[in-house]
Design a protein around this ligand. Structure first.
Ligand code: PMP
Length: 283
């Protein structure tokens, strides 16, 4: 695999960053993941815009222009002959002597990008639906910034796996915030799609924004309102969205089947409609 590091392309075994990189020492870094289908990038402008916002929120210097970032994405896709999967991008505050205070202005940020091939469209998860375990949301208070501080989500995923489940949903003050790496939704008994409103407590998913548009086009009602685990268990359907999973049905939470325990028709329709429009707009 060919990996991009600060201006150059390297075979992955030769791609290196400093042990003093603040991404490594402080998780002082943000990231993006952009899906690739047929060698083209899905929702790229959205991912670029969110990267800009994450950088600004943390006073991280920008490593490159949007056009340069797009060109690197395309170059990596081409060099790795990537058909299906995603491009991962991280920007760190760069290399500096270890100190909690940010280094003085002028320290160059690090930009690292790589591809991962994934059979993302016809997955067993999309076919049979996900089983979810709820866990307390113990993450920090700025989940809207896409930082690489991913230890707790990783622990939550392992806790779900140990229970024989596929993934975890975080719960705060009795309400679901989001999944470990995805936004969470239910379809109520009335047929309304419900998902938590944007704020500091969840990531502003790029796939979530696309889902809202697609739902509108399908004349499905969406309300931005939180829900409890009990409400999810009593819902008609449930699903998640992310750049990696697109729209994937959820069929169980904390051992209780949702609906008839099989992927619901609305989730399936939304997955197909999302993929169709995202592929049509891919660049
Ligand atoms: N929430 C969290 C916590 C995530 O990590 C992700 C994926 N990175 C998402 C939601 C979904 O965001 P997107 O649709 O932009 O991939």
């Amino acid at each position: 695999r060919i990996v991009y590091v600060n201006g150059a392309y390297h075979p992955e075994a030769e791609a290196k960053v400093s042990v003093f990189d603040r991404g490594f020492l402080f998780a002082d870094a943000v990231y993006e993941v952009t899906a690739v289908i047929g060698g083209r990038l899905l929702d790229f402008p959205g991912h670029c815009a969110r990267l800009r916002r994450s950088l600004a929120e943390l006073d991280l210097p920008s490593p490159a222009t949007d056009d340069e970032i797009l060109a690197i994405h395309r170059e990596l896709v081409a060099r790795n002959a990537l058909d299906l999967g995603h491009v991962y991008l991280t920007v760190t505050r760069g290399e500096a002597d270890r100190d909690f205070a940010y280094p003085k202005a002028g320290t160059a940020p690090s930009l690292v990008m790589f591809t991962q091939a994934r059979a993302s469209i016809e997955t067993p998860e999309a076919e049979r639906g996900l089983r979810i375990a709820s866990v307390p949301d113990l993450r920090w208070g700025r989940r809207d910034i896409k930082t690489v501080q991913l230890l707790y989500p990783s622990m939550a995923k392992m806790q779900a796996k140990r229970q024989g489940k596929d993934d975890a949903w975080f719960v705060e003050n009795g309400e679901v915030t989001e999944g470990t790496s995805n936004n969470a939704y239910i379809v109520t008994r009335e047929g309304t799609i419900r998902t938590r409103a944007l704020g500091h407590d969840i990531l502003h998913g790029i796939t979530r924004a696309a889902l809202m548009r697609v739902a509108g086009e399908l004349d499905l009602r969406v309300e931005e309102k939180p829900f409890t685990v009990a409400e999810a268990q009593g819902a008609r359907e449930a699903f998640i969205t992310s750049a990696g999973a697109f729209v994937t049905p959820v069929v169980e939470i904390d051992g209780a089947a949702i609906g008839d325990g099989r992927p619901g028709p609305i989730a399936r329709r939304l997955r197909a409609a999302y993929l169709e429009t995202a592929i049509a707009r891919a660049i």
